[in-house]
Design a protein around this ligand. Structure first.
Ligand SMILES: [Zn+2]
Length: 320
């Protein structure tokens, strides 16, 4: 069965000394033991869009879609520094990539140059350890969060921050791109006149350009505009999940891979210059993926945390 990772126990191990550099901790176990719940290593307050990829921006701002039960659980789990705002800590996993070296492969999955995602073939880290990819991570942290309300062995604050972030990552098409080019990271392109790489174009540049051109450089204005375009039919379709797996992250990854082939990689080579034509034809895809990420994260959190009355009202088909 694809996407079954329910028995894994990834979570924050003890923090290492400040000042370490990437590569110094290669021999640390890549499968860390769970740390005590609420171990107090709360992240510093960060705001979305500062320093990190912008592609998850919608994701952690799906408050409108949360039931009151889910909203209360999220606020309860967030570190105090977040001020009750999931968006404030949504980029925390990116900041922790070097401190928690084991978590680095959990931000993506790669295919061997083909346009479909296959969990058993593609969900592993560089050492070949199964489930160590973005899909396995979403399933794992969802499973961990099921213990909310019991005396959990997990640090559920970290589980929530990881889950929210990774649901954003799996919707960025090039986070499920080809292994050979590291999801577009090794494809050097010019975004208009600026030299960058294809992965960065999809993480940041398209959104940044849209914000500048259409939304007065304001993230919130852009998010509001995207939300206005989401119909109730979209929400119903996007959150439907019939797979016999913890979540439908497997399906979200497959969608990303085909979008990577049909849009991200399409007509792009080393040293391509990407401008208006690429921007205007790809922006709708980027906006739809942001919207889907937000709706689906809310669906997962609602299923996890809603009280029973709310849940029967929402009629969710989500299978967890
Ligand atoms: Zn990430």
């Amino acid at each position: 069965m694809r996407g079954q990772t329910a028995d894994k126990e990834w979570n924050g191990k003890e923090e290492e000394e400040e000042g370490e550099t990437a590569g110094e901790d290669e021999d640390l176990p890549s499968f860390p033991r769970p740390s005590p719940a609420r171990s107090g290593n709360s992240p510093h307050h960060t705001s979305m869009g500062k320093g990190g990829p912008l592609h998850g921006l919608q994701n952690c701002r799906g408050e409108n879609y949360l039931t009151s039960g889910a909203s209360a659980a999220v606020v309860d789990l967030l570190p105090p520094s977040a001020g009750g705002d999931l968006a404030a800590v949504c980029s925390w996993p990116d900041e922790m990539r070097f401190r928690y070296r084991w978590s680095s492969p959990l931000h993506y999955a790669n295919t061997p140059g083909v346009c479909d995602f296959d969990y058993s073939r593609d969900c592993h880290n560089a050492k070949g350890e199964q489930d160590m990819c973005v899909v396995g991570a979403i399933n794992n942290y969802t499973t961990q969060l099921m213990s909310y309300g019991d005396s959990s062995a997990y640090n559920l604050t970290e589980s929530l921050m990881f889950l929210a972030h990774f649901v954003g990552d799996v919707h960025q098409p090039l986070h499920v791109g080809f292994a050979d080019d590291e999801g577009g990271n090794t494809i050097v392109v010019h975004w208009y006149r600026r030299k960058t790489n294809l992965h960065h174009v999809w993480d940041v540049s398209i959104i940044e350009t849209a914000m500048k051109d259409f939304y007065d450089n304001d993230v919130d204005t852009m998010i509001e505009a995207i939300k206005m375009n989401i119909t109730s039919n979209d929400v119903r379709q996007w959150k439907t999940c019939r797979e016999k797996s913890v979540t439908c992250a497997d399906k979200y990854a497959s969608e990303s891979t085909s979008l990577a082939c049909d849009y991200a990689y399409q007509d792009v080579e080393q040293d391509s210059t990407l401008g208006d034509e690429y921007f205007f034809s790809r922006l709708p895809v980027v906006e739809q993926r942001l919207a889907q990420g937000g709706v689906r994260l809310a669906a997962i959190l609602n299923k996890l945390f809603s009280n029973s009355e709310e849940e029967s009202k929402s009629g969710s088909q989500f299978l967890i």
